[in-house]
Design a protein around this ligand. Structure first.
Ligand code: NDP
Length: 451
């Protein structure tokens, strides 16, 4: 058994019942194989064993009272995975599926993603199995306050700076940051994704979706291609999907799908202009279901089906795919469905949306494949820029931030390509992103000795 396979075997044995964490660690370790020979110093210092073990795991009870006076208890998590190159940084996810293994997978991915951004930020992630869907604003507020009543003691602008993720948007960040400010009596940059009026950065809401599209554009450019006139399948209809849709339109592509956990809509005329405004209002103000788009614009709605099932089963033509919903939304059969219907490029807005077998299908069919930790790093990059602006007590213009974002996405693309080439598999963005992200953190851990 190879050295890294042993590391994975030990990790599985010591952390049973965490399948998403195993999957994420396995994907990274498999692609790090060429670094073992080139860097015996990493093996000697047990960097590989150390990097899969979080610095710290915080788990806590979150009790709260609903509008009818009933008491509920949720689980709270923060995994402070690795702060070698900067304060822990990574979002909070509120979704009923959240458990320790999911937060560990996300925190682990975040180490490499944050390293790739070129900014000084470490990796962490947190969240709760609380479901904000169907809750009143008052209930969400009470939950957020209870969550922060415990978590605040582990945060700080130079220690750990959370942001949003699934189920945590502007409203939730407001309640979380508001409570922190109150209890600590300090107005510091301890959250990113804040509102404009209270320290937020322009372009932060747009950053992940825009970034995933910029990354796809960079990949397409290597084949002298672009978005113009291309059919683009997007999954999800939350923050990342919404702004990916907007940017695809700006670059001349035709976004044809959106979804939520209830079903998928297909609109071959493109989700643009007034239709895009409708989605923004539906999801961010009315908090309704994507089905209402189909009713309003008289397009097809597929109840209970994902975008990837619909493409496979209905033979929908698609050139570019942007999965922007959740982990493991694309399996082997669905990936084959994308290939059969013409997909040439896939850029992951979501974290780990493709399972390992799906990724193999992309590779075997020469699809330009941008893995999440590179392609969706735009969000955390602008979060890093929000931290810089907070420290400087300045705010930059839209153009300044967007220019930084484009520059960073280009540099992540370049770093991934160069690392893939240097380590013997040119064009393999997954391997390149993992290696480029890893080397910087590994060298830093080495510099600190054994701590
Ligand atoms: P949102 O909560 O704003 O939107 C999530 C969307 O995905 C919703 O449409 C939701 O549908 C759908 N979805 C979530 N879980 C499932 C599921 N289990 N099955 C089917 N559909 C599901 O989250 P974001 O847009 O912020 O995040 C989307 C993805 O992007 C996640 O993987 C996240 O980790 C990743 N990401 C987000 C970043 C950010 O800056 N926000 C940064 C980097 C990555 P429904 O409303 O019905 O649940």
């Amino acid at each position: 058994m190879s050295y890294l396979k042993e590391v994975i075997a030990k990790l599985k044995e010591k952390n049973p019942a965490e399948p998403e964490f195993h999957q994420a660690a396995e994907e990274v370790m498999e692609t790090l194989e060429p670094t073992v020979e080139k860097h015996p110093e990493f093996v000697k210092a047990a960097i590989y064993e150390r990097i899969v073990e979080p610095d710290r795991v915080i788990m806590f009870r979150v009790p709260w009272v609903d509008d009818r006076g009933k008491v509920h208890v949720n689980k709270g998590f923060r995994v402070q995975f690795n702060n070698a190159i900067g304060p822990y940084k990574g979002g909070l996810r509120f979704h009923p599926s959240v458990n320790l293994g999911i937060i560990k997978f996300l925190g682990f991915e975040q180490i490499f993603k944050n390293s790739l951004t070129t900014l000084p930020i470490g990796g962490g992630k947190g969240g709760s199995d609380f479901d904000p869907k169907g809750k009143s604003d008052g209930e969400v507020m009470k939950f957020c306050y209870s969550f922060m009543r415990e978590l605040y003691r582990y945060l700080g602008p130079d220690t750990d700076v959370p942001a949003g993720d699934i189920g945590v948007g502007g409203r939730e960040i407001g309640y979380l940051f508001g409570f922190y400010k109150k209890i600590k009596n300090e107005h510091t940059g301890v959250f990113t994704g804040k509102g404009r009026e209270w320290g937020g950065s322009l372009i932060r809401p747009e950053a992940t979706g825009y970034g995933a599209v910029y990354y796809a554009a960079e990949m397409l450019a290597t084949r002298n291609d672009d978005f113009k006139g291309k059919y683009v399948a997007i999954s999800g209809s939350g923050n990342v999907a919404q702004y990916a849709t907007q940017k695809v339109n700006e670059l001349g592509g035709i976004p044809i799908t959106l979804s939520d956990s209830s079903g998928t809509i297909v609109d071959m005329d493109g989700i643009k202009g007034e239709k895009w405004d409708f989605v923004m209002n539906l999801k961010n103000v009315k908090r309704g279901r994507i089905k209402e788009y189909a009713e309003k614009y008289n397009v097809k709605y597929y109840e209970g089906k994902s975008v990837w099932d619909v493409i496979k089963e209905e033979g929908v033509k698609v050139d570019i795919a942007l999965p922007c919903a959740t982990q493991n939304e694309i399996n082997k059969e669905q990936a084959q469905g994308l290939v059969n219907n013409g997909c040439i490029c896939l850029s992951e807005g979501a974290n780990m949306p493709s399972d390992l077998e799906a990724i193999n299908i992309y590779m075997d069919n020469n699809i330009l494949y941008g893995p999440g930790k590179a392609a969706n790093a735009g969000g955390v990059s602008v979060s890093g820029l929000e931290m810089s602006q907070n420290s400087l007590r300045l705010s930059w213009t839209r153009e300044e931030v967007d220019n930084h974002l484009q520059r960073i996405m280009k540099s992540i693309h370049k770093a991934s390509l160069e690392a893939a080439e240097a380590y013997g598999d040119p064009g393999n963005y997954m391997m390149g992103a993992n290696i480029a992200g890893f080397i910087k953190v590994a060298k830093t851990m080495l510099a600190y000795g054994v701590i």
